[in-house]
Write a protein that binds this ligand. Structure first.
Ligand SMILES: [Zn+2]
Ligand SMILES: [Zn+2]
Length: 308
């Protein structure tokens, strides 16, 4: 593109992804009529309790396209109205199981309104109105689903946290060399962080339970393999692996991704991404399935991330 062209037309014709956020509050209940009360309780835990419970959902709609002569991908007023008419107005202050026929579990094709099932059905209802690139639906600040329009495939993320101390230093170099490389992090008695850990799994949404994998099992795996062993430890001394490996944020994230991969596979999902936030200014992300991720989204996330 020539300079004159870009000057006269500014951004017109160039591609951009925009996002629009919308909120709604709804209730739901996980209960399948073909299962006994005992089976329902075993499968869905507290989510099976009648008459249900509610969430303040947050939906982030990403849309892509070329800028028009007015400097916009889409007219935001049209975007706002589509999301309101198709999603927030029908769902807000409603019992999800009763709102849309997709959630009618008395029918053979009915699916439970889990976060991942709900985000895929929202996609179907918005896709003819908006040039969607991805949808993210937060059920709470610590549980959300991403959907990219790939049939029954979705991503589910659980956020958890643990506190640990560490010291960044290599055994085979001097203290002054370590201080040159790691700065204050090389001080001999260590220091601590409140770590936030996001674990993202990818899988197929079950057409009946609406789940990528059994959520309590996933939570138990993260707790048993990561949170319990690492929480309130001095990583360099208490965790065998870090006696010989410097526990940088990157190395801890890699260690977590290595120990979670197999157990997550055993419950029928794939570990897609690990994000470890060490402080508000510092985080590490490990992408385990690069080809399945939306590369543009990743690039945008990285750009935002480096600005923090
Ligand atoms: Zn719920
Ligand atoms: Zn540190």
């Amino acid at each position: 593109m020539s300079l004159t062209h870009s000057k006269s037309k500014h951004g017109e014709g160039r591609e951009c992804v925009i996002t629009r956020r919308a909120c709604f509050s709804s209730s739901h209940r996980y209960w399948l009529p073909e299962k006994s009360p005992k089976e329902n309780i075993a499968l869905f835990g507290k989510c099976s309790i009648a008459p249900g419970h509610g969430h303040n959902y947050e939906l982030v709609v990403s849309m892509g396209g070329e800028l028009d002569a007015y400097g916009m991908v889409l007219n935001l007023s049209d975007v706002k109205h589509s999301i309101k008419d198709k999603v927030t107005e029908p769902l807000d202050f409603r019992f999800l199981n009763d709102v849309w026929p997709e959630f009618d579990i008395t029918q053979e094709k009915g699916i439970l309104p889990t976060t991942e099932a709900l985000v895929s059905i929202i996609w179907n209802r918005l896709k003819d109105d908006l040039p969607l690139t991805s949808l993210r639906l937060y059920e709470s600040p610590t549980l959300w689903a991403d959907y990219y329009g790939k049939k029954m495939e979705a991503l589910l993320t659980i956020q958890t946290h643990f506190n640990a101390a560490h010291r960044l230093a290599k055994d085979d170099i001097s203290l002054s060399e370590n201080k040159k490389i790691y700065g204050k992090c090389a001080r001999v008695n260590g220091h601590g962080h409140n770590y936030f850990l996001d674990v993202t799994v990818r899988g197929e949404i079950d057409p009946r339970t609406g789940m990528i994998c059994d959520l309590p099992s996933l939570q138990k795996i993260i707790n048993d393999f990561v949170v319990e062993p690492l929480d309130h430890t001095f990583l360099n001394k208490d965790i065998e692996y870090f006696k010989t490996c410097v526990p940088t944020c990157e190395n801890i994230a890699l260690y977590i991704s290595d120990i979670l991969s197999d157990p997550i596979k055993k419950i029928g999902a794939n570990l897609n991404k690990i994000k470890l936030q060490e402080s508000p200014n510092n985080a590490a992300e490990i992408y385990l399935e690069q080809s399945n991720s939306n590369s543009l989204q990743i690039n945008l996330e990285k750009k935002i991330f480096t600005q923090v």
